[in-house]
Design a protein. Structure first.
Length: 269
């Protein structure tokens, strides 16, 4: 597992490792006070049907329109989007100018199944493979065998493959895979969005909910394909709420996106 925790880890080493393997593990990136606010927000998101309403708005925007609440309107989720330690590492990988793409939040229970091998990379209008799209996968309660695992295929982000090219394999073990199943609470995995990965279900026996939030970001330099039909509204709300804090002027800029095209789009692992 590629983990960076020590002060001696250099920016150059992180960039090299991310470029070659396609991911970085950042144990305990999120502070306990932030986690204590995020977990109840995820519970609200799921228990009050806000997540289901958000999904419906994506599947049938003509009927439902924008959802009544966006994840980024939940205060701790909004703070998470621009969490300074996260922004620092993203800046190392993508440079000073990048844009927020989307946010996804869920609570996986005992009935949650695995998710087959896939990647989550979206296209940009330059078709430039040198421009990064990065997913930040936040595991609020950490990872262990009771909540399943994240499995990645290092180097697969260098392929030019469809998102579902390995979906027929389910969550089967693949040569060269790395299983990430031992992380403390508040850990984050940064992943090149083109990296193939899968969600393995929890092993049989006692389990606990898996609190999961992911946010994706795109390097500036092209116009990216959005995945939510109400993406303009989402970005405008982020600007209205001042989530960029003035430090990241391009983070919620609409000029970095093409128009939305309806398509079958799955959520991240």
């Amino acid at each position: 597992m590629h983990t960076f925790t020590q002060e001696g880890d250099t920016v150059t080493a992180r960039r090299k490792q991310f470029a070659e393997s396609g991911y970085l593990v950042l144990p305990g990136l999120l502070s306990r006070p932030l986690l204590d606010r995020l977990v109840p927000e995820v519970d609200r998101w799921v228990d009050e049907g806000l997540r289901d309403r958000s999904i419906a708005a994506c599947l049938d925007p003509d009927t439902y329109g924008p959802p009544p609440v966006l994840e980024l309107e939940l205060p701790a989720h909004g703070q998470l989007l621009t969490h300074e330690p996260l922004m620092d590492v993203l800046s190392e990988l993508m440079g000073p100018s990048f844009v927020f793409h989307h946010l996804h939040s869920d609570r996986h229970g005992t009935a949650t199944t695995g998710k087959p091998w896939h990647h989550d990379h979206e296209s940009n209008d330059r078709e430039d493979p040198g421009l990064l799209m990065v997913h930040a996968l936040h595991y609020l309660g950490g990872l262990d065998g009771t909540v399943g695992s994240l499995t990645v295929l290092p180097g697969s982000h260098l392929e030019h493959a469809d998102k579902t090219a390995r979906a027929h394999l389910g969550t089967a073990e693949l040569p060269g895979e790395v299983v990430i199943d031992r992380l403390p609470a508040g850990s984050t995995v940064l992943m090149n969005s083109a990296l193939f990965h899968a969600r393995r279900p929890a092993r049989p026996g006692p389990s606990r909910p898996r609190y999961f939030v992911d946010a994706s970001y795109c390097q500036a330099g092209a116009r990216w394909q959005p995945v939510k039909p109400y993406w303009r509204y989402m970005l405008s709300r982020a600007r209205e709420l001042g989530l960029g804090g003035g430090r990241w002027p391009e983070l919620f800029s609409a000029r970095h996106f093409t128009e939305y095209t309806a398509a079958e789009r799955g959520a991240s692992a």
